[in-house]
Design a protein around this ligand. Structure first.
Ligand SMILES: Cc1ncc(C[n+]2csc(CCOP(=O)(O)OP(=O)(O)O)c2C)c(N)n1
Length: 687
């Protein structure tokens, strides 16, 4: 192995030496502890330390890094105290994730490290978002994300690199090409001659380097960092290396030819560097031994603290409490916004005259009546004015104004930096939104149709939803979901998929049915520091109007609304189905129907559900979504458990057919829950 000193001063080389020794010696100790049964799983980075350490030393301490499972050297080179890392690995209360996460699956804002989730790939787009934040703030900073050779086959790799290239983001992507992805050799992983070649396809620069040579890694990353910052461009670095141990310690290495170990042993990143430093007279054999002794002692001392750490004491309240980031929403804002406008808004909300869910109260200055779609637009517009660090992202949302024209005119007013067209890559954009959040930005992503959320699903349910619980970082992201059918748009432009997200702790799910709520809930969602899925029924966009105060008000997330009082039975519903219920009740006034609009599906307003069931004794849950596993099932179960003694009849559900949504309008009508509403009401009333 050939080292070039590159004018690096002796003390810097010495620092590099100590920095690369530390993760190796920690790992050697871990292997002993593993054999003694004192720790559980271990993913080894032995033989690959030059990459983690060289790259981290080349970055500034306040630049974000997105490490993976073999990057102990990133954590140690950011000077994380070993005892705390050890507590993390033990699942201890005082680790970085309160015992909730394993090994390297955590982050630390203080150290500008955003750890992986188990899924390989999603970490890459988070680096895009961070780099976008630097660009917006005009900071001379870059972000750096790692992937393995296996991870490059994930779609997330493609999406993240493509987005970084198209948006000209200062991101460094490092591939650690260590020959295997678990047992899969690289010739079963990709067909290009080198992974760095992929860079050209994205219109970025790329290079392949010796990943076992710490000076080469350090020097390359340093130069690439300068390039990325100066040119506002991403860069791909492929580091050739080898995984000297099994995928994880229990899985063995039988599938790896022995000669590969012999060949790569000769290229050991530490032994070779040590030899070079002796030749350069930076260290001597004696001083190297002393350094090793010091590190050994440090590890022992820190492990002692780690082993003495308090065990986790289970506290369910704390577990539940940490799922969501505190603050941001209704209470705090409402307190500070007791304006005349707010009073108007409350007056409107309380009026509740049937059949219009939000009629204008008798007021000298009538509140303007606007369409549902314009209420959404107004909420976005006012929020953009209120938060200069709110960024809108979505396909075709800039000059074109979005598929439904909701952001029309925004780019002219707020500029292309804050109203961003995205490439066709839902996963990367959700990831980038999270990256923006790491740097204190708010973002709203418009899903062109709610149906397309499937290709961004992983980022939402695994990254956005879980990050606060995992390590206390919030995801300040709103995803707008144009949803629902009734327009003959077929199975992929009509689905109701809100139930997927209601099942995911960490998300909030709102679903307005009136213009008033559309605005207030969107403002609340944007103010909320948590990830909120905002479902907007396309059928309501232009068919529904209502009074909407001009002020920027919130409708509290988690609060249902009585649309119409009644005494014979309750219809608990949301979205466009609210109007099915209203229509039915208007036409069948012999039955006194109470209609509840849930407005928020996660968290559900159980108080409101209980109150109405206690009042009428009969509950029908109505939704456009299909029946099996829908929200109706959840609410029905809850009512049965908590309101059984008040029920005069079984809880019933009226939902759409358990089929995909058909295109033909007659088939679609038959699919819809509305086709069976009368039948279900009669059935319930017969009890
Ligand atoms: C999306 C996803 N699929 C499968 C896995 C299971 N898995 C964990 S590590 C791994 C191999 C990864 O190989 P590579 O990206 O080359 O990284 P290395 O482990 O070699 O450092 C696999 C298949 C996963 N974590 N995520």
């Amino acid at each position: 192995m050939h080292f070039e000193r590159k004018n690096i001063p002796a003390e810097q080389l010495l620092h590099m030496y100590k920095s690369i020794l530390l993760p190796r010696m920690i790992e050697e100790k871990m292997l002993v502890l593993l054999r003694q049964g004192k720790i559980s799983k271990w993913f080894s980075g032995i033989g690959q330390e030059a990459i983690s350490v060289g790259a981290t030393l080349a970055m500034q301490q306040d630049e974000w890094m997105m490490p993976l499972h073999r990057n102990l050297g990133v954590f140690t080179s950011r000077n994380m105290p070993l005892h705390k890392l050890f507590m993390q690995w033990q699942g201890g209360k005082d680790g970085y994730s309160k015992g909730r996460e394993r090994s390297f699956h955590f982050g630390s804002k203080e150290h500008r490290i955003c750890g992986m989730i188990s899924h390989l790939g999603p970490q890459l787009a988070i680096a895009d978002g961070v780099a976008l934040a630097h660009k917006l703030k005009k900071e001379d900073k870059a972000s750096l994300a790692f992937t393995g050779d296996g991870g490059t086959s994930e779609g997330d790799f493609h999406e993240a690199l493509n987005t970084a290239a198209v948006w000209d983001l200062p991101v460094i992507f490092i591939i650690e090409n260590n020959g295997y992805g678990l047992s899969t050799p690289v010739n079963e992983q990709y067909r290009c001659a080198s992974l760095a070649d992929k860079a050209r396809g994205y219109g970025m620069e790329g290079v392949t380097i010796d990943g076992n040579n710490i000076i080469e890694v350090y020097d390359t990353v340093r130069g690439v960092r300068d390039y990325c910052i100066k040119n506002k461009k991403p860069y791909l670095i492929e580091c050739m290396t080898f995984r000297m141990r099994g995928h994880e310690e229990a899985s063995g290495t039988k599938y790896v030819p022995k000669e590969l170990f012999t060949r790569w042993e000769l290229d050991d990143p530490i032994k070779n560097f040590e030899l070079f430093l002796v030749l350069q007279q930076v260290i001597t054999a004696e001083s190297a031994a002393e350094i090793k002794e010091e590190i050994k002692q440090y590890i022992e001392d820190e492990l002692k603290i780690g082993f003495e750490a308090a065990a986790v004491v289970v506290d369910t309240a704390e577990e539940l409490n940490d799922v969501y980031a505190p603050g941001g929403s209704y209470q705090s804002l409402a307190a500070g916004h007791e304006s005349e406008y707010n009073k108007q808004a409350v007056a409107v909300e309380k009026s509740g005259r049937f059949p219009s869910p939000h009629p204008s109260p008798k007021h000298q200055d009538p509140i303007p009546e606007i369409r549902f779609i314009d209420a959404i637009k107004q909420a976005l517009h006012q929020s953009m004015k209120q938060h200069d660090h709110l960024i809108l992202m979505g396909q075709d949302i800039a000059e074109y104004g979005g598929a439904f024209k909701i952001t029309e005119g925004f780019v002219e007013e707020f500029g292309k930096e804050r109203v961003k067209n995205t490439p066709l890559c839902e996963s990367a954009i959700v990831g980038a939104a999270l990256g923006l959040s790491l740097e204190g930005y708010k973002s709203m992503m418009e899903m062109q149709f709610a149906d397309f959320v499937t290709v961004g699903f992983n980022q939402i349910v695994n990254n956005l939803a879980k990050i606060h619980y995992r390590w206390g970082q919030n995801a300040d992201v709103v995803i707008r979901m144009p949803t629902g059918g009734g327009m003959g748009a077929g199975p992929f432009h009509s689905q109701s998929n809100e139930a997927w997200f209601v099942h995911t702790p960490g998300l909030k799910v709102v679903y307005p049915s009136t213009a008033y709520d559309a605005k207030g809930l969107l403002v609340a969602a944007i103010n909320d520091p948590n990830p909120v899925l905002y479902f907007e029924h396309k059928g309501l966009y232009r068919s529904i109007s209502g009074p909407v105060p001009e002020a920027c008000y919130e409708v509290e997330i988690g609060k249902a609304r009585i649309v119409k009082e009644g005494s014979d039975m309750s219809v608990i519903t949301y979205g466009a189905a609210v109007y099915w219920a209203i229509d039915y009740a208007e036409k069948h006034q012999a039955v006194s129907i109470e209609i509840i609009d849930l407005r928020t599906l996660l968290p559900l307003d159980y108080e409101a559900i209980k109150t109405t069931v206690e009042k009428t004794g009969k509950a029908l849950i109505l939704h456009e979504d299909t029946l099996t596993g829908g929200i109706g099932a959840e609410i029905s179960a809850w009512i049965t458990e908590h309101c059984f003694e008040h029920l005069d009849a079984p809880v019933m559900r009226c939902a759409s057919l358990d089929t995909p949504i058909p295109f033909n309008i007659e088939l679609e009508k038959n699919f819809m829950a509305s086709a069976r509403l009368g039948e279900m009401v009669e059935k319930l009333m017969k009890y």
